[in-house]
Design a protein around this ligand. Structure first.
Ligand SMILES: [Zn+2]
Length: 75
């Protein structure tokens, strides 16, 4: 039964990993200014303090699809 236990362990690992890496429910903040190419975990981040537009809350998945990368203050 050793292989069965290994299989269960492996399955548990996959489930745990996919849960942790599921970014679809993570909210991030972006500025929609013309030079904004970053996203922020912290709404009060100094990288957002000079944003010229409103600050928008979107999901991390959307931010990545927009080609955004993590803010330099938060990486
Ligand atoms: Zn930031």
């Amino acid at each position: 039964m050793k292989s069965l236990r290994l299989a269960i362990l492996a399955l548990g690992f996959v489930v745990t990993t996919s849960f942790i890496s599921d970014t679809s429910l993570t909210d991030v903040y972006i500025c929609k200014g013309p030079y904004s190419k970053k996203y922020h975990y912290d709404k009060n981040c100094r990288g957002l303090s000079n944003c010229s537009t409103s600050i928008y809350k979107i999901t991390l998945t959307d931010a990545k699809q927009m080609g955004r990368s993590l803010c330099g203050w938060e990486d």
